[in-house]
Design a protein around this ligand. Structure first.
Ligand code: ATP
Length: 593
């Protein structure tokens, strides 16, 4: 098991706090000040009780003696009033300091939570594509929507522990100054209670990991209900889904209850132990013959110390209960960034010669070793020409596109652009000069113009209109209630599949890319967008390089060359001119067999 320090101070919490760590000394200092004020305030009870109530001024110990002699400097008639007033003033200032410390902690908590959520979002946008392709989206959703909050709570708990620990140390120092014998009894008792507490809470980390797993499952069910509502309705599986959701939710409830039951048992047990310690102190005070005033002040201070110690123990137990959440957040924070794949610093070439795959193979992590998604692919696409990539489902077409976009890196071999290996070219610059149009790249909640301009934020109205015209989208956009300003709703669901695809195509074209990858949908492609694909191929001939993942004879015919993939291997390639329509159609049929 990892040590507490490793987990909470050096590891996850430290990562969550980031630059806000520098405010922690202020939290500790304010805590120290508050407790010192409280300690002195309570200490003044000694002269108040000794002199005003009992008239006994033979206090033992360093601090009691000091306080009693201080009390004697005040005239006897007004002593009670003055010392009482001083106690109230000290406690009032202490409460102002406690309030200021609370505000500071709330501010750090808010900042740390905000920093964590934005860092996680940034991580998601920058993380290696192969991780994103292999991890279930429910894991990411759970981390951002649930675990990040628990991690922020853990930060608050750590700050609380710091304040409690400071207070406890100061109060212990006061106790020591009053009676070292009684303080030894207190220290011994606290050590025994802490040991028992550790034993009781050692299973919390394991239970927390179970809760995190259950939460991830529940997030998956939520995601499914929202994203696959159409599937659920059309197949009439509402009852089944309701049942599955209820089961996932109940599993979270049961796992959380299991942890809570154990956590809740700790508090009463430690309270009884602390009460026993209290009794022991009174007994020892009596047997040591400690004066009433000193014993009373000691007990008041001990009474103030106990909640601090109990809070430290409760917060440590809570932290153990968040271990699973902290681990998940830590996992995402340290997940391989996209930059972990090699990226050179050469500017993107103008793509005047062409691009080539040289013996490129790719193997997905976790896939069987004899099943590479792409095996020894070698082909060339001269600049300004078009290439149709055909092949049945699972043959490796999307993998090829992912490699070109550098979402994935070849396991072996290389892709070369104008004679320069892609790995030596600056990744961002390369992407800035290419574009992908695919039905998998959804529209977002915004206007039609917003969605098209997403491809080139700097594009003016003319460029947006031109891209829409080329994508055969202009006509239908003008019939929408607010034309180009019409909101398309989340994921563009207020439009037909063909309309969405044409806007996505316009979004790619507005970039005026040197390399365009068009992933034609198998069936959502209506005649109009097929017409657009043909027009684009014509328009780009000699000007831009185009790759079409194609399922349509009409677009394959218009491409200059083709390759046919089968189980990751190029099994046929050539120029389309060398094949008549009948031969191309036969070849296309083999990809549907
Ligand atoms: N994230 C992944 N992890 C493991 N294997 C994967 C992953 N993505 C794809 N594969 C496998 O790699 C192979 C090629 O997949 P790819 O998506 O490139 O095929 P495709 O030709 O684009 O298929 P489709 O036309 O259905 O989109 C398939 O066998 C597929 O099962």
């Amino acid at each position: 098991m990892r040590s507490l320090y490793e987990t909470y101070v050096h590891g996850s919490i430290s990562a969550v706090l980031g630059p806000f760590r520098r405010y922690l000394p202020a939290v500790v200092l304010l805590g120290l000040l508050a407790t010192a004020l409280e300690g002195i305030g309570i200490g003044l009870v000694i002269p108040l009780l000794d002199v005003v109530v009992s008239g006994d001024s033979n206090a033992q110990g360093f601090l009691p003696g000091l306080l009693v002699s201080f009390g004697e400097t005040v005239p006897r008639e007004t002593r009670g009033l003055l010392i009482g007033g001083a106690i109230l003033a000290l406690l009032s200032v202490k409460n102002i300091v406690v309030y200021a410390n609370g505000l500071l902690q709330a501010w750090i908590y808010g900042q740390a939570g905000h920093r964590l959520r934005t860092a996680l979002a940034q991580k998601l946008t920058a993380m290696d594509a192969s991780d994103l392709l292999s991890e279930p989206p429910s894991r990411m959703l759970n981390i951002i929507s649930n675990e990040s909050w628990r991690s922020a709570d853990a930060v608050a708990a750590v700050m609380g522990i710091m304040v409690n620990a400071t207070a406890a140390l100061i109060l212990l120092a006061f106790l020591m100054a009053m009676s070292w014998q009684l303080t030894l009894v207190v220290l011994l008792g606290i050590t025994v209670i802490q040991y028992a507490h550790e034993r009781m809470s050692q299973h919390f980390a394991g239970l927390s990991t179970i809760i995190t797993d259950q939460n991830r499952g529940l997030a998956g069910r939520m995601l499914h209900l929202v994203a696959a509502w159409r599937l659920i309705r059309l197949f009439g599986r509402e009852g089944f889904e309701k049942e599955r959701f209820a089961q996932a939710s109940d599993s979270v409830r049961l796992a959380a209850l299991d942890l809570q039951k154990r956590q809740m048992a700790v508090a009463p047990i430690t309270e009884i132990a602390h009460a026993t310690l209290f009794m022991a102190v009174i007994f020892f005070a009596w047997s040591l013959g400690i004066t009433f005033g000193t014993a009373a002040a000691f007990i008041i201070l001990l009474y103030r110390l106990q909640p601090q110690v109990r809070q430290i123990q409760a917060r440590l137990a809570a932290l153990r209960g968040w271990t699973g959440s902290l681990d998940e957040v830590q996992w995402l924070m340290t997940a391989a960034p996209a930059g972990s794949t090699p990226s050179g610093d050469l500017p993107a070439p103008a793509l005047t010669q062409g691009l080539a795959f040289e013996s490129v193979s790719f193997h997905y992590a976790g896939a069987a070793s004899d099943r590479p998604a792409l095996h020894d692919a070698t082909f060339e696409v001269p600049a300004g020409t078009s290439l149709a990539i055909i092949g049945r489902s699972g043959s490796g077409k999307s993998t090829m596109a992912h490699l070109l976009c550098r979402l994935l890196e070849p396991t072996s071999g290389q892709i070369v652009v104008d004679g320069i290996p892609l790995s030596e070219i600056d990744g961002a610059d390369w992407l800035a000069h290419m574009a992908v149009a695919s039905q998998e790249l959804e529209l977002f909640d915004g206007s039609v113009t917003d969605n098209i301009r997403y491809g080139a934020p700097e594009a003016g109205e003319d460029r947006v209109l031109e891209a829409a015209r080329q994508a055969d989208a202009d006509e239908f956009i003008r019939t929408l209630p607010k034309g180009y300003d019409t909101g398309v709703g989340d994921r563009g669901l207020s439009l037909s599949a063909g309309q969405r695809q044409r806007i996505a195509l316009a979004r790619a074209l507005v970039r005026e890319p040197r390399l365009l990858i068009m992933d034609e949908a198998t069936n959502a492609m209506d005649l109009l967008s097929e017409r657009a694909a043909l027009r684009i191929l014509e328009h780009r001939r000699g000007k831009g390089t185009t790759l079409v993942i194609s399922h349509h004879l009409s677009s394959i015919k218009r491409c200059d060359r083709f390759i046919r993939l089968d189980r990751g291997r190029i099994v046929e390639s050539g120029t389309t001119q060398d094949f008549n329509e009948e031969q191309l159609a036969r070849m296309l049929r083999t990809t549907r067999a």
